[in-house]
Structure formats: C-alpha cells, structure tokens
Design a protein around this ligand. Sequence first.
Ligand code: GLC
Length: 739
Amino acid sequence: MKRTLIAAFTMMTAITLLAQPLSTEQKIEALLSKMTLTEKIGQMNQLTGLGLSGDMTHRIKEGRVGSILNEITLETVNELQRIAVEETRLGIPLIFCRDVVHGFKTIFPIPLGQAATWNPQIAYNGARVAALEATSVGIRWTFAPMIDVSRDPRWGRIAESCGEDPYLTSRMGEAMVKGFQTDDLTNPTAMAACAKHFAAYGASESGKDYSTTWVPEVQLRDVYFPPFEAAVKAGSATFMCSFNDINGVPSSGSQFLNKQVLRKEWNWDGVLVSDWGSIEQMIPHGYSANLKQAAEQAANAAVDVDMMGHAYESHLENLVAEGKVDIKDIDQMVRNVLRLKFRLNLFDQPYAKVHQAPYDVKAMQQAKEAALEGAVLLTNNGILPISPSIKSIAVVGPLANSGRDQVGTWCFDAEPKHSVTPLMDIKARYGSSINIIEALGLSYSREKNPVAVKKAVATASKADVVLFFAGEEAVLSGEARCRADISLPGDQLEMLKQLKSKGKRVILIIMAGRPLTIEQEASLADAVIYSFHGGTMAGPALIDLIFGLASPSGKLPVTLPKMVGQVPIYYNCKNTGRPSSDVTLIDDIAVGAEQTSIGFTSYHLDAGTGPLFPFGYGLSYTTFSYGPVVLSAPELSMDGKLVATCKITNTGKVKAQEVVQLYTRDLVGTLVRPIKELKGFQKISLNPGESKVVTFTILPQDLAYCHPDMVMRPEVGVFQLWIAPSSQSGEPVSFILQN
Ligand code: GLC
C-alpha cells in the first residue's frame, strides 16, 4: 500500500513538474547540454555585418556566430536570423547590435549635453526614442550608455560621457539603461543596454585615447566604479571592456575587474563583451605574446564575447584541449550569452518588425526639449533674450547651418538632411518679420580664411545684433579625436574680434563635443550659450532660448578650464596642504622680485586657481535666491538620517527651472577627502515670485568612501553641507557624523 502511494505521489510530482514551464536557467542547461564546443565558442563570437555574404551565412549555418554588429537593414537582419533559426543544428537566434548612443535617427544631444540638463527623465526619453527606432530595424543590443567619468577635455570621448562627477554620471547612466531596456527586456522595443567602458577609460593619460591609466584601487572604487555599480543595480544586461590598461593590466585581461568586482562583488550575471578587437590588442599592449595567449587571458578573465578580435574563434578549442581554459568557464560564459537571448525573448520572437518610424513628431519634440535643457547660459550682459521686434539679425559662424556637425559624434545613422539648424529655424520662424542677414564666413570650424572672415564681418556689421554659432565639427570629438589644444579651431576667435572691433553686439553660441578654452571669447561676447552638440533639433531649441521662449536651465556637467594647462581640473579635487587663496598672477610679479616674494601655495602663475566656469554652473533669464540651509539636527548617527532643507525663490520676472545641488565635504578622513562631493540634485520649476522648499535626505552610507582596506564605509567626523546653484557657490552648514 505504502509503495503504491509513494509511486503515485512520485508520478504526480513528475507530471506536475513536466507540466510546469521550464525556467530560463533550465532552458539554458537543456540547450547547453546539446551544444558542441564549436557551437559554444560560436556564441562567444561577435562579427561585424557582412550583409548576406557567403562567408557570413556559412559561419552562421555552422553555429560559429553568436551576435552581429552594424547590420541595420531590417530585411537583411531577418534573413540572417532566419538562417540562424532555421538552418542551424540548434536554431539559436542571433543578437544584432549597434552603437545607438544618443539616438538612432532622431538624434538627441551627445551624452555630455544630456548630462548638462541634470534631468534623468531627458536621458530616459532619449534612450527610449533610440530604442523604438533601432529595434525597428532589428537592433536589440546597443553599446551604450558610456559612463566613464571623465575629467579631461582633451579626450575626444568626453563627448560620450556624462562628465566629471560619479553621482551625476550614475543618475544619468541608470536612466539611459532604463530607457533602452524598459522594465521588461522581452518587450520587442527593448534593447539590451551596455555599460561601458569598464573601467577607468576616462583616466587616459594626457587625454589621448587608448592611453594607459594609473588609478589606485581606492580611486577606482570612489570615482570610476560607482556609475557601473549603479548600472548593475539598474539592470544593465551587458557590460563592455575598456581598451586601456589599468596599472599595467588591460581591462580585457583583468580578472580583478571582470571576476572579482563585476561578478563576485556585484553578483552580476549579464554578458561582458570585449571592445572592438580589445582582446587582440593585448598583443600591442605587451600583455599577450600572441593571439592565442590573448584568447587564453581574456577567457580566463571572464570576457564572454570577443568583438571582432577573432581570438576566440581561432584558439579557444585548442586552449580547452590543452587544458589552458576550463570547459566549465566556457560553459559559464555561454550561459551568460544564452541567458541574454532568453531575456530578450529571441527564442520565441527572433524576428524584428517596425515599431516606430524615424523622426516621429513626439520624438523630435523630446529631442528639442533635451537640447533646450542641455544648453548652458554662461554669460549675459542683458542682451539675451532678444526681442522679436528687432529689425535685423546677422547669423554667422561654421555651426550656424551644419546639420551634420550639430548632431555630434557617435551617430552613425543620423541623416543631416533631417537636422534643423539654427539658420534654418530662424529664417523659417522669423524671416518674415526680421531681416535675417546670412554671413556664415567660415564654412567649417577649422577653416582659416581671412578673406571670407573680412567679407562676412562687413556683411554682418549691418545687423542690429550678431548670432555667432561657433564650435567644433563633429569629427573633432569622439573616439580617437583628442586635442592637445582645446581652443576654438580655425579663424573663429579672429572673426569674433573683428565683429567686436566694429562695435557689434555679439551673442556667441558654442556647439562642441567637449569643454573648450574660451576665456577671450567669453570676455568679448555680450552673451555666451554653451551647447554640447545638441542633436537633430538643436536649431529650434537654441532659437527658442535666444528669443526667450524658454529660459536656459542647463548646468555644466564638466569644468570649463581657462586654459588647457590647468587640465586635469575638476571641482571634487583635494585641498592639498597649501590651498591657494589670494594669488599673485604672472603679470603682477614685480620685475626682479625675489623667489620668496609671492608666497607658496597651489596654483598656476598664469591661470590662478579656479576654472573659467565651474562644474554645476549655469545662468537663467531669471534670478533665484537661496535661503539658509536648515538641518533636522546638528548630528547624524550611523543608524539615522539627516534632512536638509532650503527655500528657493524665483526673484526674477520669468518662469524658469533651477538645478538645486547638494554637496558635502568630509573635513578629516583616514584618507584625504575632496573639498566637495555632489550627493544630490533636484530640478525645479518656479514662476516669478514663487518659492519652494527643497528637501534632501542624507544617510550615512551616502558619505561612504573607500578606505585603505578597500571597504566602502562612512567615517565619523565633522562634515560641511551646501545646497547651492553650483559647485562654487553657497554657504556651508556643518554637522557631525557620529556612531
Ligand atoms: C569602438 C568603441 C566602442 C564601440 C565599439 C563598437 O571602438 O570603443 O565604444 O561600442 O567599438 O563600435
């Protein structure tokens, strides 16, 4: 009797289990158990689109390709997918990937410009629009967000970053992850995000791309890791290695980064892809003697996918046979790839279809909002906003009508003909009521053309006011586009000087992929608006601001230096033992002055101490007053929380947004601490005369930093706290963190 009951129970259990759908992990195991080593390595191989070439289709049929990048024709994508699903032994679908960084067709401001909005919703919107357009051609994996903290404007890829601060980068990066992925990766409009480049790529020595980095582990953990950990928490499905070596070890071979931190400490189960050829590049790094050793080092450093390095497809089978790479590690990496494909629901829905046509009205409006909120008003002597009753306006400069350059770097699929440039927009909207005088002068940012400049200045001099759209061509920023001199290229400064010598009132609007050194330009111009390559709708956004249809609300996500010799210069720096206060500048030193005559503190004789414009800075068409900061208590215990409030009032005449920033300073630490650290921000909108009490809650963990034992923890002591409109304003209040 008892045996019968047990048998019946066992049978019922088996039937129940068989009736239940397999979990993803069970499906992975079932598939993995059937795969040959060649097919497993195939999943780890990512090749660039070769269309329907025989070589590509042949490799797919043999199960030797797991993902394909840069294929963006829907029909080709679906045909390649059909071959993978219907003409291979196991029918494992491909993933199609692309760098959809700040837009696919509808281009948003470059990430640095999106960071200047200090509005994560803007970043979310941009990523969502990009995903809707890119998944419509079959792209389900984007290589974004790029969340490398960058303090060096010489580095071309600062354009793709969210600037110099870990906290702001973290908030913007997580919003982009959510925008690309939504909360459900099976959604056919979802694209797997890729947190890149892991790690410390922005610390490239001398601002040269691919250069070496020397970063102490405590600084990795305090500055460079936080945005990536935030991306893990936001659910980023993939990560990408960085090209650089960190302290002598290239990221693609770093077991510390990829196993210790990413997998063990952060318990992350996504796909880690190399950068383009970064495994192979460990040979010129001098870390690998040959491609076989590079493959061995990368596989043993848990790099799941080899992007265009041909290292895995060439050597992994032999490395496994020789016992240099454990098949268990291969299986684990293949699990990660299969998991991503299951999460994207590619086994059930492998084929793509159009979800949203490019340049959708709402998308273009959101792109304009992003450009609006990302523009930073640096100076204004009262000339802005200009009145639509003005009689004549001259439009000059190489960025006035360049649909290609205003969208910036990393927008392979942008179509310049869809860009709305400032010249196009001002003519369309105001051309019937204002005499718009077109005198670009320079046709591209690097142009040196005294004759053209002179002629344009003469023409523009007839106007009541001059709008000078200056900056950088898109090609001067982005990957491998580093500059040792970060001034305005070509004859742009010369043109501004000539306009001012004619007594003209000039509004300078800069569109660039990095901070530029514009000290002279800022002193000459009557107003300066700084826009980090604002995207498809940069024109309408800037013209709205110029005519006051909206007030500027952008704040700098990165420091603007006076001169490149100050670099690296960033707000969250250390105080040093001899901080400078009053300084004697080079031209003020008396001839014959003695060595000991002008003090000994930390500054440059020819630049002084601070930047031209600091992190977090940006003006408005209104003014805001900040009341005193009020703390809920004078101390914060390790198990408590501190509430800080401040009343902000719009004391001007126009409605505007303000980015209210929270900074703290740990006055004394086991390791010296920065003079300020951004710990929060809120973007608020106030009508004239309106006030709002802004509240921040600070927890002890918000004050944590990496100690010599590599543990992140807060430390008791006296702190200062600011609630302010920039990193260089406001008065601090103090509190004590205690046990
Ligand atoms: C590039 C970039 C990386 C990009 C990849 C694919 O070299 O470093 O950011 O995602 O190759 O295009």
